[in-house]
Ligand binder design. Structure first.
Ligand code: AMO
Length: 426
């Protein structure tokens, strides 16, 4: 069986008129008109009209079957195509079953569960494929910008012996007779690695055992994490802002076709992003009749109200220490306030981060204060005695960022095989 194509469909145009080509792909549509069969064949780069005449075709040829078409480029009368391919020979490589579990080109709408159950087929829908092509660009852009900013990519363990974030929400597993956990974040490792590498980043899957049924929570999510020595929290906020803006710029410039398919008019966000302190957010809420006390957490309804005053991206900073994890540094001038921030898009939290404690004695005291088990953190604490630089960092959920970019309000749409409390297969 020959497998070689001479061209991707996207490379072809009427400039190649009368040229012999071999294309390969999936039959998207199929119409018989007397002795002529009109096929449309799609590969990942595009769609071509293929004319089959005087060549036998199986009677039961199905949509989404895989074919190799050998033919000649010619001009066409079809409105939607710039050229067509007149077939010399066609090889049916794999026949797709009929009927398929979903209509992959989306003429018949399927619900998200059916689509996720047939995800590989769902990607034949160009709207779905566009999301994952954009995701690829986003990852490429993130890596490029972080490398330019002298961050070194790291990979930290996902199977760990004790909680990295201190709290609950850990999946546990059996590890050669011992109890192990799936990492919630690379927090402790990324901090430690500032000792040798100063600026590090990781883009990887992390795990949260939260029974959340929302459009923004996954049990397995992709986190973009950075940690940088000799930077304060405002410095890493700048890195985050520039990174988000450069991702948008890259997507706007390089994903024109995908954005068009998604009917998405994406604009590069304006800088600088607003920086709202937690205290100011409380004042804004009080003005609209919601009175909270310093230390109260901000709920979705509060964040929605604050977001409506600050459209687009904004930072919410200087949170109360009481709402922050053990590793966050307090402000020098007020120990009740932390050097921390969240990056918001409206009510949606995209990222959180801050300056970290780097003094081992203070870190030990903080762990005790928060009632955490010191023995679980001994390895981590030990590394702080080897010359820990002052450092700051953040983590950002890739899926949440993707929902903002593609304008779809559910993280399941931007993950190939989402894991949530209801979904473990496929
Ligand atoms: P945090 O727990 O706030 O911070 O997580 C950082 C960001 O990760 C994303 N995120 C999620 N996305 C989808 N599903 C989830 N269940 C989920 N949980 C978190 C969010 C969130 O803003 N170690 C700190 C970060 C740091 O300080 O460096 C941390 O993990 O977008």
């Amino acid at each position: 069986m020959r497998l070689k194509k001479t061209h991707d469909i996207g490379q072809l145009s009427l400039d190649a008129k009368d040229h012999q080509v071999v294309i390969g792909g999936w039959i998207e549509d199929l119409r018989k008109l007397g002795k002529i069969t009109f096929l449309t064949v799609r590969d990942v780069t595009g769609l071509a009209q293929v004319i089959v005449k005087d060549i036998p075709l199986p009677e039961d040829l199905t949509r989404q079957s895989v074919v190799l078409v050998n033919g000649i480029i010619q001009s066409t009368k079809a409105r939607d195509f710039a050229f067509e391919i007149k077939t010399d020979s066609i090889e049916i490589i794999t026949k797709a079953k009929h009927p398929l579990p979903i209509d992959p080109i989306g003429r018949l709408e399927s619900n998200i569960d059916n689509r996720l159950n047939a995800r590989a087929l769902d990607l034949r829908n160009q709207r779905v494929a566009a999301i994952f092509k954009i995701r690829h660009r986003v990852l490429e852009s993130l890596r490029k910008t972080l490398s330019e900013k002298k961050f070194i990519e790291i990979t930290t363990p996902k199977i760990i012996g004790s909680a990295s974030e201190g709290g609950a929400n850990l999946f546990s597993l059996e590890y050669f007779g011992k109890k192990a956990y799936l990492a919630q974040s690379p927090q402790l490792y990324k901090e430690q690695l500032t000792i040798g590498l100063e600026r590090v980043f990781e883009i990887a899957s992390f795990y949260r055992a939260e029974k959340s049924h929302t459009g923004r929570h996954l049990s397995e999510f992709t986190s973009i994490d950075i940690e940088a020595a000799f930077m304060d929290y405002t410095d890493v906020m700048e890195v985050l802002e520039e990174l988000v803006v450069s991702v948008f710029r890259d997507v706007v410039q390089n994903c024109k076709d995908e954005l068009k398919i998604l009917e998405r008019d994406l604009a590069v966000p304006k800088q600088p992003f607003a920086r709202i302190t937690y205290s100011r957010a409380l004042d804004e809420l009080a003005k609209s009749g919601t009175v909270l006390r310093f230390g109260d957490d901000l709920l979705d309804s509060h964040l929605k109200a604050i977001g409506s005053n600050h459209p687009g991206f904004f930072f919410l900073m200087d949170w109360p220490m009481s709402l922050k994890p053990f590793y966050i540094h307090e402000k020098d001038e007020d120990s009740k306030v932390s050097r921390s921030f969240d990056l918001q898009f409206g009510y949606l939290e995209l990222s959180s981060g801050g300056r970290r404690l780097h003094d081992p004695a203070k870190l030990r005291a903080r762990l005790e204060e928060q009632g955490l088990n010191l023995s679980s953190f001994e390895d981590h604490l030990r590394s702080f005695e080897w010359g820990m630089p002052p450092h700051s960092g953040w983590g950002m959920g890739l899926e949440r960022l993707m929902t903002v970019i593609v304008g779809i309000d559910n993280v399941r749409e931007v993950v190939l095989y989402p894991r949530d409390p209801e979904r473990l297969f496929p």
